[in-house]
Design a protein around this ligand. Structure first.
Ligand code: FAD
Ligand code: NDP
Length: 625
């Protein structure tokens, strides 16, 4: 069993807030003596309290800026247990604050959650209020995880520096503050994807709603129009998207400043567990010291590993291409390759995907196959069971690609999207004894803590962490709260929703049908499924060529039809799945799902109206409004 929290409350006799908080915390310690010990320090009056706190300087021990300025009654802090077993008020572990902060902490202490049931076993990292280093925390990496952790830690009173430095891609592309998501990931990708959707709507749907564009269009000839002609202009999209991203880079800088996080646009290398060498773009170096370190350096695309592989670009470059990619080969068949192929084809470029084995390994097979069919109907070509063996420059700056089956073709752009590895190569981890997985260079952690207790890792760089922005953010915030607040809550990596932004969007949470069958056995799993036409597609004949939307819910027959996985292919998949993710976290059963009244007419209501089981053999496309 872990030792109890030792909470000290100091205040003055007659102070209502002091009375209230000692009453509240005292009751909690009576109820949970193994979890909480409360020590009261009551002063006779205000002058005596202020003499002790301010004039005699007890508050200087609190370490944080807020603690050192504390004047009011009560003041609350945590201490460690002294050698003889008694609480030592001066051996301060953490400053908590006044009445409100203590009440908030008490609320958290009493809030039951599944997560709190699992004890969080972090090692003591030796952090003390009077550690004497330059910073309480230095964060290496200003991406999703690092920025979130830095801001949260600073908000909790820690003195924080954040180092972010972008090493140019092998093609020389570089970008600003904010990491992968903002600059070369989620944001530009989703914006191109949205653009592709706008174009598709104009071409496939607009005419059927009586909408056409162009000066010559007369209302009486609407029905005869073949469809709206669209032209994609990559340069315009690129300019607008890059301008938006630059505005985000600026906002992030401002937010760091507002939160009092010191931003260092410098490349960081660990010299020892408390010393970091930082180098600016001119190569000027200096050292900073810190009590704690958070590594949040993310990952970079794995280069194509065949002869001439250096001719391929990666997702680090594609959003910066001046004139668009031209005829493109996307190598790889997971998130990045398929999403890029989707929007590149929509922008009007001849697009092929080279698939080594299957589409979207790890996802529900039936859904992944439907994505492939849908992409083909959008003009994307697939070459399956091949890998490139050679890339060579030919005339007109084109690249000839030879594949493992002996075939070859010529492209303007080859985009390698064959996975990512952690960006830990020259970080100095060997100087501080932090171990990485030799396969992908990711850092091993337990509760985001490495084997060197004062060094932590979150986000894509952490072994076992799904490479998703909200995961990095939430893990960063949770860690900061545990290190500098009073949280005991670990990050929960189970049942995380995700969306693949292919032309037919795919979102899911929980197990695929295949994984459920493997885990529980075929006899113990049931699948409820339905193929349907979303209302917004129903009056366009072009949409019929693309195929239907689809959803399936996978349940455990042995446990009251507890939902194991929810899958949805259709419009706005990410928006649809987010709320179902909450239900999954709460352990929803199929009955509870279908007892929920749907919102009509939406695609999401299909999930709460499912009734056709796969085992019945009935057609998933049966039924209607
Ligand atoms: P990063 O965001 O990668 O940040 C790491 C930062 O550290 C970078 O700025 C880097 O330059 C810096 N750095 C590295 N080394 C040093 C050093 N030594 N010193 C100083 N700074 C350093 N996720 C989603 O959830 N949804 C999506 O739709 C989605 N789409 C994606 C599309 C693409 C094309 C890609 C590539 C990724 C996508 N992701 C998506 C994944 C998401 O971008 C990542 O999971 C997320 O950015 C990881 O955040 P992070 O903080 O771990 O690292
Ligand atoms: P993944 O690791 O998910 O997939 C790699 C793909 O490349 C697989 O199809 C794999 O095939 C193939 N591959 C691997 N090695 C080779 C090779 N030598 N030659 C040819 N093909 C190869 O990587 P991604 O780059 O697609 O994505 C990285 C991560 O980024 C994702 O896991 C995801 O977490 C995140 N991301 C999230 C997005 C989102 O949320 N929408 C969007 C984009 C990225 P095989 O199956 O045969 O191994």
């Amino acid at each position: 069993m872990s030792s109890p929290h030792i909470l000290h409350v100091a205040g003055m006799n007659g102070c209502g807030f002091y009375k209230r908080i000692t009453g509240c915390l005292g009751s909690l310690s009576l109820l949970f003596p193994n979890r909480l010990k409360v020590v009261e320090h009551e002063f006779d009056d205000k002058p005596a309290f202020r003499q002790w706190l301010v004039d005699d300087g007890f508050r200087n021990n609190f370490g944080t800026e807020a603690g050192k300025k504390h004047v009011s009654s009560p003041v609350v802090w945590f201490s460690k247990t002294s050698k003889d077993g008694d609480p030592d008020p001066a051996d301060i572990e953490k400053y908590l604050g006044g009445h409100d902060a203590a009440m908030e902490w008490a609320r958290g202490f009493m809030t039951p959650s599944d997560i709190q049931k699992s004890p969080i076993l972090m090692q003591d990292d030796g952090h003390k209020a009077d550690h004497g280093y330059d910073y309480d925390l230095v964060v290496i990496g200003g991406g999703s995880g690092g920025m979130a952790a830095a801001k949260e830690a600073a908000e909790l009173g820690a003195k924080v520096a954040l180092c972010d430095f972008v090493k140019p891609s092998p093609m020389g592309t570089k970008w600003g503050l904010g990491g992968t998501c903002v600059n070369v990931g989620c944001i530009p990708k989703k914006l191109y994807h949205i653009g592709a959707g706008v174009k598709e709507s104009m071409e496939a749907d607009a005419r059927h709603f009586g909408i056409a564009v162009g000066a010559d269009v007369k209302p009486d000839v609407m029905d005869e129009l073949p469809g709206v002609e669209t032209v994609s202009h990559w340069k315009t999209a690129r300019m607008n998207i890059q301008n938006y991203i630059r505005s985000l880079n600026f906002k992030y800088r401002v937010r760091l400043r507002e939160k009092s996080v010191q931003y260092l646009n410098k490349l960081a290398t660990l010299k020892d567990a408390h010393t970091i060498e930082v180098a600016d773009k001119k190569g000027n170096k200096s050292d900073i010291t810190t009590s704690r370190v958070l590594v949040a350096v993310g990952g970079r695309p794995a280069p194509l590993d065949c002869e001439g592989g250096e001719l391929a670009i990666s997702s680090d470059d594609v959003f910066f291409l001046e004139n668009g990619p031209g005829k493109t080969l996307c190598v790889g068949a997971s998130y990045i390759s398929l999403e890029c192929a989707g929007f590149i084809a929509a922008m009007g470029f001849d697009t092929t995907v080279a698939v080594r084995s299957i589409l979207l390994r790890g996802f529900d097979r039936e859904c992944a196959d439907k994505i492939g069919e849908n992409m083909m109907s959008h003009g994307v070509k697939f070459i399956t069971k091949v890998t490139p063996t050679k890339l060579e420059k030919v005339e007109n700056d084109q690249i000839k690609v030879t594949f493992s089956d002996g075939s070859s073709d010529t492209y303007d752009t080859v985009l390698g999207a064959i996975g990512r590895h952690a960006d830990t190569d020259k970080l100095g981890l060997e100087n501080v004894g932090v171990k990485t997985n030799p396969k992908n260079k990711k850092i091993y952690t337990k509760f985001e803590q490495t084997e060197t207790p004062n060094i932590y890792a979150v986000g894509d760089v952490m072994e076992g962490c799904p490479e998703l922005t909200p995961v990095a953010i939430q893990a960063g915030v949770a860690l900061a709260r545990r290190l500098f607040g009073n949280s005991q809550e670990p990050m929960d990596y189970v049942n995380i929703c995700t969306t693949v932004f292919t032309p037919l969007e795919y979102s899911c949470v929980g197990l695929s049908e295949d994984d459920a069958n493997e885990k529980l056995g075929l006899d113990n799993v049931e699948v409820y499924h339905r193929e349907f036409t979303p209302l917004e597609w129903s009056i366009s004949e072009k949409r019929q060529l693309y195929g239907n939307a689809f959803t399936k819910v996978v349940v455990d027959k042995t446990e009251n039809e507890k939902v194991l996985g929810i899958h949805y292919l259709g419009p706005n998949a990410g928006e649809v799945m987010q709320g179902y993710g909450v239900a999954m976290k709460k352990g929803v059963t199929f009955k509870e799902l279908t007892e929920t009244v749907g919102i009509h007419p939406t695609s999401s209501e299909e999930i709460v109206s499912l009734s056709i089981t796969k085992s019945s053999g009935e057609d998933a496309a049966a039924g209607g409004c």
